[in-house]
Ligand binder design. Structure first.
Ligand SMILES: [Zn+2]
Ligand SMILES: [Zn+2]
Length: 820
C-alpha cells in the first residue's frame, strides 16, 4: 500500500547523519575498503496536477481530510484514463502513490452510480487489509468496503456479497470462492465497474500465468451478466508494463510510467565483504555426506547414479543469503556483514531497514545486530527486530508502529515488506544479497529517502557468482533497464486445469477458446481425451461431480502452520514448498530470535508441532535428485557439443539432515528422514559434450564429474543475468554420463511445473549466458573454487566434486563449437 501524496509526511525523527558521512564511517571500520562502487541517484522534484474535473467535491474533500492536497501528475493521468474507460497500468516507483490512481476513478464511479461495484485484488491478505483501512478512512457514504478472504467469518459473507460495493480480496479467493460461487455473486458481478489489480508485478512465472486465467474466468462471468469492467493495475517499476499487464488481463492496456512524485537523492554503494584471513577458523569443507569417492578412484565412466543435483526449491536456512555454512568461506558472509552494518547504523541513530533473502537469514541478522548493540550499550539491542511474511498480523503491525515512532531503529526483513507495507522514508536501506532482479533491487532501495532528504542504500554482495559479478560490473546494475515481468498464460500445465475450472463454472464455447488464448483448443482436446470434458452441440461440459483441485501457487502447496505444542499457539506459517526443508522432525526453527525444535511434521494436516529449545547446533536438510528426459523441443547439433531444450521429469526427496555445531560448523551427525518424494515435470536446457572433446581439452576422465558440476553451479548462478528469475527458481544436475543422453551432460531446469520460461530463455541466449559463466569463473581470484564462482549454497552434494580449472575447459569447448 502506498500513502504518498504531496501532503503526506513520512513519519520520522530528526535528520540523521548525511549519507556520504555515514558511508565514510562505515567503510572505515575494517582493514580494506569493501566498497567497489558508489552511485549518486539524484533527487527528483514532484509535479503536482489539479484534481480531475470529474472528481466530485465530496471525493476531493475526503482525500483532503486524509492529507492529500492534490494528486501528482501520474496519478491524475492514470485516474483519468481509467475513468474514461481505458484499461490502464500505472508502473512507478515505491511510494509514488499508486493507490490514488485507482481509488479516484473507482470511488468517483461508486459515488456517481449508487449501483456500481468495485473488485480489488491484492497478492496478500495483509495488503488487502491495509487497503481496506485506507478506503474505509475516507468515510464515503454507501461504499461499504469489505475484505472477503479465507478469514472472513461465514456470518459476514452473505452481507458482503449483498451489500458491499468495494470488495477487497486476493486471486486465490477469487479462484476458490468467488468464481465457483458466481451465482451468489451475480448481483455484484452484474454491476462491476472496476477491477483493481494491485502489485501486479508479483503475478509472474507460473503463479502469474494462473492468475491471468483466473482473470479471464472473471471477465467471462462478468460478460455473462452483461458487465465489462475496466481494469486498473498498479505495478512496481518494470520493463514494458503495458505488455505484461496485457498478458495478465488479456486486454489492451495503456501504461503510465512517468513518476511525478518527489524523492530524495540516494547514495548507492556496492559493498563486497572482505576476504577472511586463511586461518580465521572458517568452517572446513564438509565431506561427510558425499558418496565415497577417493581421489585415487578413477572410474573411466562414473555411473549415472553419481549425478550431482542442485535443487530449485526456496532458500533454505543457512544455505541462502550468503550464509553458506557448508562452503569453504573465503569472504565474510553477507549476513554477518549486514548485521554489523545494521548495528553500526542503528548506533548512529539512523532508521535502517535490512532486506535479507531468507526468513531465517533475517532472524540471524537481527539477532547478531542485537547482540553487538547490547555488548556496546546494554539494552540498545531492543531497538532492532526481525520481520517477515509469516508473522501474524498483530506482530507485524506492532513492528511497523514501533519503527514509525522510532522506538525501533533497525528492522531486518525478508522482501515481504515489498508487498505493500507502509514503510517508506527510511534513512538507510541495506540489501543483503542481490534480490534477483534489478526491479526488486530498485524497489527495495526505494524504501530509502524521504522527500528532500538524502538517504543511503548499500548492496552487500553474497559469496555468489552473480553478486560478485555485479559489484565488479556496476554498469550491469546502473546502466541497464529493469526487467519485464515474465508470465506465460499458454503454459499447458496452467491452461488445462484453468479451462477445467472454467468449464465447471459454465460450459466452454468456441468463443471462450479465443478468450483463453494460444493453446486453449489443444488443452480442451486434451481434457476431452482424458475424459474430463464432454463435447456437446452447446459446448464442452465438465463430466465429474467434483471440481478440479487447482492450486494457483503451484508447487509451493498450501502453507504449513507452525504450532507450539504445549500451548497450541500459532507461531507463523511456512510455504508448503519449503516445509520439508524447514520443518522436518528435528529441525531447529527460529522465530523472532527464539529457537524451537520441531517434534512432528504432519503433512496431511499442514502443521508442524514445535517446542522451545535452544540447542547448540543448527540443522541442514539434504535432498537427492533424479532427472529423466521426456522429450526434446529444440536442439543445436554443434559437432562434439549438443545444446538442447526439452521436457524433463525431476524427482527430489529430502532424505536426511545434518546437525552442525553453531560455533565451529563441525558436523555432529547426519540423521535420516522419511519424507515423500516430490515430482516435477518441467522444462530444461542441457548441453552434452563428447568424451573425446573433453579429453582433447585436457580434462582427465576422473575430473569430468567435478568439471561439469562446477560449470553447472556457475551457469545456474549467472542465469539470472539473462532471465528474470533468481537462482532459487532454477535447479540443475550434472553427470559424466546420463542414461538418456549417453554423454557427459549438464542440465539446468525451471523449478516450476511446466516450466516458467527461464530454461527457454537460457537456451535462446546460450552463448552469451555461458560466456558470462566462463568469465565469472576465470576472473575469480580464488585458486580452487569458492562461492563466488563454482560453489553453490544449495548443492545437494556438499559441493563435491568440483574442479574449477576443468570447468573453464568444459565451457571453452562448448563456446568454441556453439554458434553465436
Ligand atoms: Zn572463486
Ligand atoms: Zn551441486
Amino acid at each position: 500500500m502506498e500513502s504518498s501524496s504531496p501532503a503526506t509526511v513520512s513519519a520520522g525523527n530528526g535528520p540523521g547523519p548525511a549519507p556520504a558521512d555515514l558511508l565514510r564511517r562505515l567503510r572505515a571500520r575494517g582493514a580494506g575498503d569493501p566498497v567497489t562502487h558508489v552511485e549518486r541517484v539524484p533527487a527528483r522534484a514532484g509535479v503536482p496536477a489539479p484534481w480531475p474535473s470529474w472528481a466530485s467535491t465530496e471525493l476531493r474533500d475526503a482525500f483532503t481530510r486524509r492529507g492529500v492536497v492534490a494528486p501528482w501528475q501520474h496519478q491524475a493521468q492514470a485516474a483519468t484514463l481509467a475513468y474514461e474507460g481505458d484499461h490502464v497500468v500505472v508502473a512507478t516507483g515505491t511510494a509514488s502513490g499508486k493507490s490514488l490512481a485507482y481509488q479516484l476513478p473507482a470511488l468517483a464511479t461508486l459515488l456517481a452510480d449508487p449501483r456500481a461495484t468495485v473488485l480489488y485484488l491484492a497478492p496478500t491478505k495483509a495488503l488487502a487489509a491495509d487497503q481496506l483501512r485506507a478506503v474505509a478512512a475516507l468515510e464515503l457514504e454507501g461504499v461499504r468496503p469489505a475484505c472477503y478472504d479465507g478469514d472472513t467469518p461465514r456470518a459476514e459473507r452473505e452481507w458482503i456479497r449483498r451489500h458491499s460495493r468495494f470488495v477487497l480480496t486476493n486471486p486465490d479467493m477469487l479462484h476458490h470462492g468467488i468464481l465457483p460461487g458466481h451465482a451468489q455473486w451475480s448481483g455484484f458481478l452484474r454491476r462491476l465497474a472496476y477491477v483493481v489489480i494491485d502489485e501486479c508485478h508479483t503475478y509472474r512465472g507460473v503463479f502469474g500465468s494462473h492468475v491471468a486465467h483466473v482473470l479471464r474466468r472473471l471477465r467471462r462471468q462478468c460478460a455473462r451478466f452483461g458487465a465489462t469492467p475496466v481494469f486498473v493495475l498498479a505495478s512496481a517499476t518494470s520493463g514494458d508494463p503495458a505488455t505484461a499487464a496485457g498478458r495478465l488481463t488479456g486486454l489492451p492496456v495503456t501504461a503510465v510510467t512517468e513518476d511525478a512524485s518527489p524523492r530524495g537523492g540516494v547514495t548507492f554503494a556496492l559493498w563486497e565483504p572482505p576476504l577472511l584471513p586463511s586461518d580465521s577458523g572458517a568452517a572446513p569443507p564438509d565431506s561427510s555426506s558425499v558418496p565415497a569417492r577417493a581421489t585415487g578412484d578413477r572410474p573411466s565412466a562414473p555411473a549415472p547414479g553419481q549425478a550431482t543435483g542442485d535443487r530449485s526449491s526456496a532458500p533454505v536456512p543457512g544455505q541462502s543469503a550468503g550464509d553458506h555454512d557448508d562452503l569453504r568461506q573465503v569472504r565474510r558472509s553477507a549476513l554477518r556483514e549486514t548485521a554489523d552494518l545494521l548495528a553500526d547504523t542503528v548506533a548512529e541513530g539512523v532508521r535502517t531497514l535490512a532486506f535479507v533473502r531468507s526468513r531465517k537469514g533475517a532472524e540471524v541478522v537481527a539477532a547478531n545486530a542485537r547482540r553487538s548493540l547490547d555488548d556496546a550499550v546494554p539494552g540498545l539491542g531492543d531497538r532492532v527486530a526481525a520481520y517477515r511474511g509469516g508473522y501474524l498480523r498483530e506482530e507485524r503491525r506492532e513492528l511497523e508502529r514501533a519503527l514509525l515512532h522510532g522506538d525501533l531503529l533497525g528492522l531486518a526483513s525478508t522482501n515481504a515488506l515489498e508487498l505493500g507495507v507502509d514503510l517508506v522514508g527510511l534513512d538507510a536501506v541495506l540489501i543483503c544479497g542481490y534480490p534477483g532482479t534489478r526491479a526488486s533491487l530498485w524497489q527495495q532501495a526505494g524504501r530509502a529517502g524521504r522527500s528532500g532528504q538524502e538517504a543511503l542504500a548499500v548492496l552487500v554482495a553474497r559469496d555468489d557468482p552473480l553478486d560478485t559479478y555485479l559489484v565488479h560490473h556496476p554498469e550491469a546494475i546502473f546502466g541497464a533497464p529493469v526487467e519485464a515481468t515474465v508470465l506465460d498464460p499458454a503454459n499447458r500445465y496452467v491452461l488445462a486445469p484453468q479451462l477445467a475450472c472454467a468449464a465447471v463454472e459454465a460450459p466452454l464455447t468456441p468463443a471462450d477458446l479465443v478468450l483463453f488464448g494460444d493453446g486453449a483448443k489443444e488443452a480442451v482436446d486434451e481434457l476431452v481425451a482424458a475424459g474430463a470434458l464432454r463435447q456437446r452441440p452447446t459446448g464442452w461440459y465438465w463430466r465429474h461431480r467434483e471440481r478440479p483441485e487447482v492450486d494457483l501457487r503451484g508447487e509451493g502447496g498450501a502453507p504449513v502452520c507452525v504450532v507450539e505444542a504445549a500451548t497450541g499457539r500459532l507461531l507463523g506459517t511456512v510455504d508448503g514448498g519449503s516445509s520439508h526443508f524447514l520443518l522436518h522432525p528435528g529441525a531447529v526453527y527460529l522465530h523472532q530470535g527464539v529457537s524451537y525444535v520441531v517434534d512432528e511434521l504432519d503433512l496431511a494436516d499442514g502443521c508442524a508441532l514445535v517446542h522451545v529449545e535452544e540447542p547448540d547446533w543448527s540443522t541442514h536438510a539434504r535432498d537427492v535428485t533424479d532427472l529423466s528426459v521426456v522429450s526434446v523441443r529444440s536442439y543445436v547439433d554443434a559437432g562434439p557439443v549438443g545444446m538442447f531444450l526439452g521436457e524433463v521429469d525431476v524427482t527430489s526427496q529430502v532424505v536426511s539432515y545434518q546437525r552442525r555445531r553453531i560455533a565451529t560448523g563441525e558436523v555432529i551427525d547426519t540423521r535420516p528422514l522419511d519424507l515423500p518424494a516430490r515430482e516435477l515435470r518441467t522444462v530444461a536446457v542441457w548441453f552434452t559434450l563428447s568424451p573425446q572433446s573433453l579429453a582433447l581439452a585436457g580434462v582427465q576422465s576422473a575430473d569430468v564429474p567435478g568439471a561439469l558440476h562446477a560449470a553447472e553451479h556457475a551457469a545456474i548462478g549467472l542465469l539470472p543475468l539473462m532471465a528474470t528469475c533468481d537462482r532459487w527458481d532454477i535447479g540443475g544436475l550434472s553427470t559424466a554420463v546420463h542414461a538418456d543422453t549417453e554423454a557427459p551432460t549438464v542440465f539446468v531446469y525451471d523449478g516450476h511445473p511446466g516450466g516458467a520460461g527461464f530454461a527457454e530463455r537460457a537456451y535462446g541466449t546460450a552463448s552469451a549466458w555461458l560466456r558470462a559463466t566462463r568469465d565469472a569463473i576465470a576472473e575469480c581470484g580464488c585458486e580452487t573454487g569458492c562461492p563466488s564462482c563454482v560453489q553453490s549454497p544449495k548443492c545437494g552434494n556438499g559441493n563435491n566434486p568440483l574442479s574449477k580449472p576443468d570447468a573453464i575447459r568444459v565451457l571453452d569447448v562448448v563456446l568454441a563449437n556453439l554458434p553465436e
